[in-house]
Design a protein around this ligand. Structure first.
Ligand SMILES: Cc1ncc(COP(=O)(O)O)c(C=O)c1O
Length: 442
């Protein structure tokens, strides 16, 4: 397809861009006009290596034929079907495919349109589940410092990113936070899971002692915290959290919006770490980022607790106009097939050691104070410029873009999570460019 390589920008003022420095962007816009496999094409005709799978979501790479065709076909066949009290085949097929891909026991799927909605859905199901079982006092929710669970009120309440919370009022009541697991003094430059920090899960016992287990509905954590800069769970941490939740009848929710669909080299982080939660929230890689869709996976025990009372009554008063939308479902099915047919999770697992070596070769470059990795995910933490936090990493982001590499930054941390179809020469290209960027930083 011929691309318009130099479109005259429309008026940029109307679009209030999300999580963006709007004024900076509009002075020097960065526009993508095309994408194929591992590369974006910019409006000035340059190729940019996608080091972040879009926003941690295009795990199969860009404009993959199977997904494109599935969307086109579905749009022409059945564009929309009501999500409430009506069905269409593809939503059921996708739910079954997800169940089959998920860890044993994750038997039921509730569709949403985003990671944020998956989080709200899981939190609501947790509270309603306890009530359905006659434990209606269990309403407290426990998140973790530096956790990211999207941007809706439930998600920012259990989330632990200060800037996402502090200007939005009093948030949900009845929320506590575990301490984060980032211990750079002990764990800096660890390859894979760090040794120190399993004991931080014990803080849950303190919260239980404070409030009483009978008031706590659920704990939600990212098995690996992505958005605050790739914070890996210390060895034994998730196991300990699982143990304490089970002991006190508290549901454990893994937010797998980033870690789901092969990012760590396994289908889900739950598989990777061998720790089974009670619910998993997903989105992003579910449809390869192409069409908005999320899903909450829940155990049979949770689902079945709702399946009582007269059969003509709705069991859970929750859902979205677009839950299981036909086109999103078709995109999801084609995406899961693409992952399977191309062995993309296996590719991620096979390339992980090469990725790790390449990433850790950046140690010793200017301002690099920590490097973290797992699967096809990596972070380089930079020392901040005194008095100007985030500026050094943001400069790296801008310079990388100029050199033809898309990275992502959060605070002064550079995060990378390429499509899982990446190969060794592209890993070399990515870290070659990043090395040049880091060497040139003030
Ligand atoms: C762990 C986690 N949860 C939830 C979300 C929110 O997803 P969305 O932006 O699709 O609402 C994200 C997005 O990055 C995420 O990383």
């Amino acid at each position: 397809m011929a691309l318009d390589r130099n479109p005259v920008p429309n008026d940029l003022s109307a679009f209030w861009m999300p999580f963006t420095a709007n004024r900076q962007f509009k002075k020097a816009p960065r526009m993508f006009v095309g994408a194929k496999d591992m590369y974006y094409t910019t409006s000035d005709g340059r190729q940019v290596l996608d080091g972040t799978a879009g926003l941690w979501c295009c795990n199969a790479g860009h404009c993959r034929p199977k997904i494109t065709e599935a969307i086109q076909k579905q749009a022409a066949e059945l564009d929309y079907a009501p999500a409430f009290q009506m069905g269409h085949p593809k939503a059921f097929e996708l739910a079954s495919a997800l169940r089959d891909m998920a860890p044993e026991g994750m038997d039921h799927v509730f569709f949403t349109n985003s990671g944020s909605e998956s989080v709200e859905t899981a939190l609501k199901i947790a509270i309603a589940y306890h009530r359905a079982r006659g434990e209606g006092a269990r309403t407290r929710l426990i998140g973790r410092e530096r956790g990211y669970h999207g941007v809706n009120f439930g998600g920012i309440s259990v989330g632990g990113i200060v800037t996402n919370r502090k200007v939005f009022g009093s948030l949900l009541t009845g929320v506590d936070h575990l301490p984060h697991t980032h211990l750079p003094e002990q764990n800096a430059f660890t390859r894979g899971q760090p040794e120190h920090g399993a004991h931080l899960a014990d803080d849950l016992e303190r919260i239980v002692a404070l409030h009483g287990a009978e008031t706590i509905a659920a704990v939600i954590v990212e098995p690996m915290a992505g958005s605050t800069g790739v914070l890996l769970p210390p060895k034994g941490y998730l196991e300990r959290l699982r143990e304490i939740c089970t002991k006190h009848g508290i549901l454990l929710i893994f937010d797998e919006v980033i870690t789901g669909f092969g990012r760590l080299g396994s289908a889900f982080a739950a598989d990777h770490f061998g720790v089974m939660p009670d619910m998993m929230t997903t989105a992003k890689g579910l449809t390869n980022g192409v069409i908005p869709m999320g899903a909450v996976l829940a155990t049979g025990a949770i689902h079945d607790a709702f399946m009582n009372g007269p059969e003509h009554l709705i069991e859970l008063f929750h859902g979205y106009t677009y839950s299981g939308n036909p086109i999103a479902s078709a995109a999801g099915l084609a995406t899961l097939e693409t992952y399977r047919e191309e062995g993309l999770f296996e590719n991620a697992a096979a390339l992980a050691p090469y990725w790790e070596d390449a990433l850790h070769s950046l140690k010793g470059l200017p301002h690099v104070i920590d490097i973290r990795n797992m699967g096809l995910i990596g972070a380089v933490e930079l020392s901040p410029i005194a008095g100007e936090p985030t500026k050094r990493a943001f400069t790296a982001f801008l310079n990388a873009y100029e050199k033809g590499l898309l990275i992502r930054t959060t605070g002064d941390i550079i995060a990378m999570s390429p499509p899982l179809m990446i190969d060794k020469p592209q890993i070399d290209e990515l870290f070659g460019k990043l090395t040049d960027v880091l060497k040139a930083l003030d």
